[in-house]
Write a protein that binds this ligand. Structure first.
Ligand SMILES: C[S@@+](CC[C@H](N)C(=O)[O-])C[C@H]1O[C@@H](n2cnc3c(N)ncnc32)[C@H](O)[C@@H]1O
Length: 268
């Protein structure tokens, strides 16, 4: 297996562990914002990259009459996606694939979206180039990335300090730096607009937040498999608890974690 294949196997194992389908509710407002930004209308051909279980962009966009393809490296999530689409009474085509090697001809889509999906591909420049390539001239690309000094950006940096990215893999928090976003899209001759936004994650308490991540968030569930045998899991989770406390704005015993993200829009 070459480096790229083993990266893909690891990514799939990561996101199929835990329970992304239930976690996805936390970023539902972001999905709605992206649908608004690309201007979904009946008949629009839309590709949602790193679609997960589809509930945040692919399925609502299909509900508005778009012709939607949802692509993800983790086909296990399509079981949830198919159930959700059936419940919503919409058709979506679900395709297994990697954001940095999209299995579509140039200009196949009017809109290309990705809510915190494409940012996990291994090579950021290739990924940006692929998002642009499959969008038709005059179409629109809208992706979101976690700001590197916001809650999720710092969470992935923390994970990276315990488990550094293997050689050749660009760490996801780089997508949280405006200059990097400009560079990767600039390399394919497009200029992104970058807007900072906030989403709040609500939990019953700080302990509930930490427990939910430990039990249900795929990257944590797979990190535990590595860190527990090394005796580092308790230290990791204690550092994560401090991070949650630092970003928690609630003062009534619940947890409201503020997380900053970028909305990156490219007019093709
Ligand atoms: C944080 S989840 C977001 C899912 C979805 N966009 C949503 O809003 O619920 C990240 C998703 O990206 C997918 N993913 C990770 N790396 C990928 C890659 N290289 N290509 C395509 N999908 C990828 C994961 O399988 C996972 O479904």
């Amino acid at each position: 297996m070459d480096g790229l294949d083993s990266f893909r196997v690891r990514a799939r194992a990561t996101w199929s562990s835990g329970d992304w389908d239930s976690f996805a509710r936390l970023i539902a407002p972001v999905g709605q914002l992206i649908i608004d930004r690309v201007g979904v209308r009946p008949g629009v051909r839309l590709l949602d990259v790193g679609t997960g279980s589809g509930g945040n962009v692919a399925i609502p966009a299909a509900g508005l009459g778009a012709e939607v393809v949802g692509l993800d490296i983790t086909p296990e999530l399509f079981t949830h996606a198919r159930r959700r689409a059936a419940e919503a009474g919409v058709e979506v085509e679900w395709i297994e694939g990697d954001a940095q090697e999209l299995p579509f001809a140039d200009g196949s889509f009017d809109c290309v979206t990705s809510t915190f999906g494409a940012m996990f591909a291994r090579d950021h420049g290739r990924t940006a180039a692929e998002l642009v390539r499959v969008c038709r001239p005059g179409g629109r690309i809208a992706m979101t990335t976690w700001v590197n000094d916001g809650f999720v950006g710092e969470m992935f940096t923390l994970t990276g300090t315990f488990m550094p990215a293997p050689p050749g893999v660009q760490p996801p928090p780089l997508w949280g730096v405006e200059g990097h976003i400009n560079d990767v899209f600039g390399a394919v001759d497009v200029t992104p607009s970058i807007e900072r936004q906030i989403v709040d994650f609500d939990f019953e308490s700080l302990d509930d937040a930490v427990g939910e991540y430990a039990e249900n968030f795929g990257p944590f569930v797979s990190a535990r498999e590595t860190l527990e045998p090394r005796g580092e899991w308790d230290e990791f989770i204690a550092a994560f608890r401090d991070l949650v406390a630092r970003f928690n704005s609630a003062d009534d015993g619940t947890a409201r974690i503020r997380s900053d993200y970028f909305v990156v829009v490219v007019e093709r």
